[in-house]
Write a protein that binds this ligand. Structure first.
Ligand SMILES: [Zn+2]
Length: 232
């Protein structure tokens, strides 16, 4: 069963606590033995964007997915996660692809109970807590976990990874989703009109060009892999 939970920002005072499990910004809550990812294109430490803890009646119950991306470099070929060639619907994702495509972003998946707030991480994005609110309508169009994806262009669900494990819909972020940053956070870099690398000069960071972003995961949680598709 794949229930649908809307991701709603909490109205409560926004100070990060150790027991907050789903949120954007602030400090990542990941196991101490996992290093903060570095960018394979430029070597910088990646920025923590958000994490969600999957809960009861969700396929990844007991696990958390944390999303990092580099905001220090920009490359025209890596604005969004690499796409497979050909017709994407029902495609089999080749073995290794879901590790290799993580160049300037990284998806960490771990047991929620092992997560710890990483106090030495320098915050860049403003912390906002997410509350998961059950929706009876699996097709509700919003930022959500589970239910059915609201495809913007058409269904691009893969069928399997390495022809063995089925791929399932985990969550989606709607387009134009901004991640507000702290005043002292370094500017995300962007490509200017002449393809010159320059600061974006915005009070937010963007993830994957703020496209509609879909996260799909392996049914087999023993070797969790995440496939990201963006649409615009
Ligand atoms: Zn980088």
């Amino acid at each position: 069963m794949n229930i649908c939970n809307k991701l709603i920002f909490s109205d409560l005072k926004e100070i990060q606590n150790e027991d907050d499990l789903s949120f954007i910004g602030g400090r990542p809550r990941v196991p101490n033995e996992i290093e903060i990812p570095t960018c394979k294109l430029c070597g910088s430490k990646q920025t923590f964007f958000f994490q969600v803890a999957f809960t009861e009646k969700q396929p990844w119950d007991g696990y958390t997915m944390a999303v990092f991306a580099c905001t220090s470099c920009v490359h025209k070929d890596y604005f969004i996660p690499e796409m497979l060639k050909g017709r994407l619907k029902d495609i089999d994702i080749p073995n290794g692809f879901l590790d290799e495509y993580q160049k300037n972003f990284r998806i960490l998946v771990f047991e929620t109970s092992k997560g710890r707030v990483r106090k030495n991480y320098e915050e860049k994005i403003i912390f906002k807590k997410w509350v998961q609110e059950r929706s009876k309508n699996p097709k509700v169009s919003c930022n959500k976990i589970g239910g059915t994806p609201n495809w913007y262009l058409g269904d691009e669900s893969p069928s399997t990874y390495n022809k063995t494990t089925e791929m399932i819909f985990l969550m989606q972020l709607k387009q134009e989703f901004d991640f507000d940053i702290l005043p002292y956070a370094p500017q995300q870099v962007d490509l200017g009109l002449t393809l010159k690398i320059e600061p974006m000069n915005k009070p937010y960071y963007r993830l994957f060009l703020k496209n509609y972003t879909y996260f799909l995961g392996t049914r087999d949680i023993n070797n969790p892999k995440v496939y990201i598709i963006t649409q615009i």
